[in-house]
Design a protein around this ligand. Structure first.
Ligand SMILES: O=C([C@H](O)CO)[C@H](O)[C@H](O)COP(=O)(O)O
Length: 204
C-alpha cells in the first residue's frame, strides 16, 4: 500500500492493465453485438425513419451515464435533420401523439426513466426501450425493446470490483449500439456528412 492507501503497482504493469481492459471492453462489444435481436433493431430503425419522414419529434431519456450516451445519440439525430430533444432540457418542448421516446436504462428500473416512458405512452408516443434487462419495469411498458445483454448497475456485486464497475459495460455498449444505429440511418436516408456538419453548432 502507498501512503494514500492505494495499492501500488509499477507504471508498466498499470499501463498493461489499461490496455488489457480496453481489449476486454472490445470483446464485450463484439459478444453483445451478436446477441442483439435483429427484429428489434429493424423495428427501431423503422420507427425512427417514420418519425423523420412525418416530422415527428424523437425524445431521448436516460439518467446519469446512460443519459449521457443518450445525449450523444440525440446530437447525431439532430445532425441528420431529426427533430431530436433530450427530456428534461430547458428548451425541450411537449411530447405529442406520434412522437417517439428512446428510453435508455441498463437496469430498466430507474424510476424517472420508467415514469417518462409511462407518460409518453399515455400521450400516444411510441416508446423504444434500450435496456439490458428482460424483466424490468421499462421492459414491461408496451414498447419496442432492444436488449443489450450487458452488466448493469443492478448486477454490481458487494464483494468484487469488476473491470467494469456498476453499469459501465451497458453504458459503453449503449453508445456503440446507438452510434451503429446512426450509421445505418445515414445509409438509409442518404444524408451526407457535409449536411450533418452544416447543422453542427457554429457557436462552439
Ligand atoms: O450513471 C449511472 C451509474 O453510474 C451506473 O453506472 C447510470 O447510468 C444511472 O444511474 C442510470 O442507471 P440505469 O438507468 O440503470 O442505466
Amino acid at each position: 500500500m502507498s501512503s494514500c492507501g492505494c495499492q501500488s503497482k509499477d507504471a508498466s504493469a498499470s499501463t498493461k492493465i489499461v490496455i488489457e481492459t480496453m481489449n476486454v471492453l472490445a470483446d464485450q462489444i463484439k459478444e453483445t453485438a451478436n446477441a442483439v435481436s435483429e427484429n428489434d433493431i429493424s423495428e427501431m430503425l423503422a420507427i425512427l425513419l417514420a418519425a423523420k419522414e412525418k416530422g415527428n419529434a424523437v425524445f431521448i431519456a436516460g439518467a446519469g451515464r446512460s443519459g449521457l450516451m443518450g445525449r450523444a445519440f440525440a446530437m447525431r439525430l439532430m445532425h441528420m435533420g431529426f427533430n431530436a430533444y433530450v427530456v428534461g432540457d430547458t428548451v425541450t418542448p411537449a411530447v405529442s401523439s406520434g412522437d417517439v421516446l428512446v428510453a435508455i436504462s441498463g437496469s430498466g428500473n430507474t424510476k424517472s426513466v420508467v415514469e417518462i416512458g409511462k407518460k409518453c405512452k399515455s400521450i400516444g408516443a411510441s416508446v423504444i426501450a434500450v435496456t439490458s434487462k428482460d424483466g424490468s419495469d421499462l421492459k414491461a411498458l408496451p414498447a419496442t425493446n432492444v436488449i443489450l445483454p450487458a452488466k448493469s448497475k443492478d448486477d454490481a456485486s458487494e464483494s468484487t470490483v469488476s473491470k467494469t464497475p456498476m453499469g459501465t459495460s451497458f453504458e459503453i455498449l449503449a453508445l456503440v449500439f446507438l452510434d451503429s444505429v446512426i450509421m445505418q440511418l445515414i445509409d438509409l436516408t442518404g444524408v451526407t456528412e457535409d449536411e450533418m456538419k452544416a447543422r453542427h453548432a457554429n457557436t462552439e
